[in-house]
Design a protein around this ligand. Structure first.
Ligand SMILES: [Zn+2]
Length: 349
């Protein structure tokens, strides 16, 4: 190699480092979540002209309205997060009961995983329910049920009344509304609905998820441990719904997500006529799918974070949500599923 090439490489390398550092600082300033996890591949935007020929599958027309009703109930419970030393908010406790009862009414058996984080001394609870499929493999369809804690922060502007309508309730509500629909479906793999606790960062800022993603990290670790012991069916893919009900819906192309799943998501949006609501912008967002990606499980995050003016503000209320947006995301999820099964389910064949 010639010296000029080596010098060019050195300059290029320095520029890249500087660029990464600047991006990182800017993200911290704008409070955007980041995860510089080396296990996750470098993101590349998909080619949106490359659309898979998926057939649109519409959810029952009342799905959005039903999800909106569920969201109203959850928001009515007030803030919904757990706190140190066994003092969750009343809304957190009531929400868990509501989720479990609604899943039971849909004919599903609910698993409750409760644990106390030793460092934070906070007791968290994940809920899950499996919808049987033809094979034992699983597709996880998930959301987070906790809301951001907006009290006790040192900076006054981080303390305000917050009900987490879109950021929290929308994902929970849509999964609950989809549960009976998915039960009716001929599933190739079993579908596991998972409601994670502790997604939100305890620090106001994300801090590289140092104090966030408690539920999803716990879930992935338990899954890996169970797999090592032998009889646990494999998770072949994971689809995450987070902030999916805003009136002016825009699900970004979340760039940590597995490329093929992003293509499937985009193609499902196109099949349903939702180009305006999906993938106009692309940006990374660390979320409950990243612990799955870190252990090699393909995952995609359907999230409306980039440019969302109500995120972590007092304006994240029901007024800023719509049944139409929830219905559109329901359509996209149902349209994605056959393609996800086709791509990732290996049994039975
Ligand atoms: Zn949040």
């Amino acid at each position: 190699m010639r010296w000029s090439a080596i010098i060019l490489l050195a300059i290029g390398g320095f520029g890249a480092c500087l660029g990464a550092a600047l991006t990182y600082r800017q993200r911290r300033q704008t409070n955007q979540p980041t995860t510089p996890e080396p296990a996750i591949s470098v993101p590349v935007v998909i080619d949106k002209r490359d659309v898979l020929p998926l057939a649109a599958i519409k959810a029952p027309p009342t799905t959005g309205e039903l999800a909106m009703r569920y969201a109203r109930t959850l928001v009515g419970y007030g803030p919904r997060y757990s706190r140190p030393n066994g003092r969750p908010t009343p809304g957190w406790t009531r929400q868990l009961t509501f989720i479990a009862e609604t899943l039971k009414q849909a004919g599903l058996k609910v698993e409750r995983d409760t644990w106390t984080d030793r460092k934070e001394l906070i007791t968290f609870t994940n809920l899950s329910a499996r919808i049987p499929g033809r094979g034992r493999e699983r597709i996880v369809l998930a959301c987070h049920h906790d809301t951001k804690c907006t009290t006790g922060h040192p900076t006054p502007e981080h303390n305000f009344e917050f009900v987490g309508a879109n950021d929290g309730a929308s994902g929970v509500a849509l999964l609950l509304a989809l549960a009976p629909v998915l039960r009716q479906r001929d599933n190739a793999a079993s579908i596991e609905l998972v409601f994670f606790d502790g997604e939100e960062s305890l620090d106001w800022h994300w801090n590289d998820a140092a104090r966030a993603l408690f539920g999803s990290r716990r879930y992935v670790k338990r899954h890996r441990d169970a797999r090592l012991l032998g009889n646990e069916p494999r998770i072949v893919a994971m689809v995450l719904l987070d902030m999916v009900g805003r009136k002016d819906l825009h699900i970004q192309e979340e760039l940590y997500s597995t490329e093929l799943l992003r293509r499937i998501c985009w193609s499902a949006a196109v099949a349903n006529g939702y180009r305006q609501q999906f993938y106009r912008r692309a940006e990374r967002a660390a979320d409950d799918h990243t612990p799955f990606l870190e252990v090699g499980i393909p995952a995609v995050d359907l999230i409306d974070l980039n440019g969302n003016p109500t995120w972590h503000t007092p304006y994240d209320t029901l007024d800023n949500m719509s049944a139409t947006s929830l219905q559109q995301v329901a359509d996209v999820v149902l349209t994605m599923l056959p393609a996800v099964e086709q791509a990732y389910v290996t049994e039975p064949r």
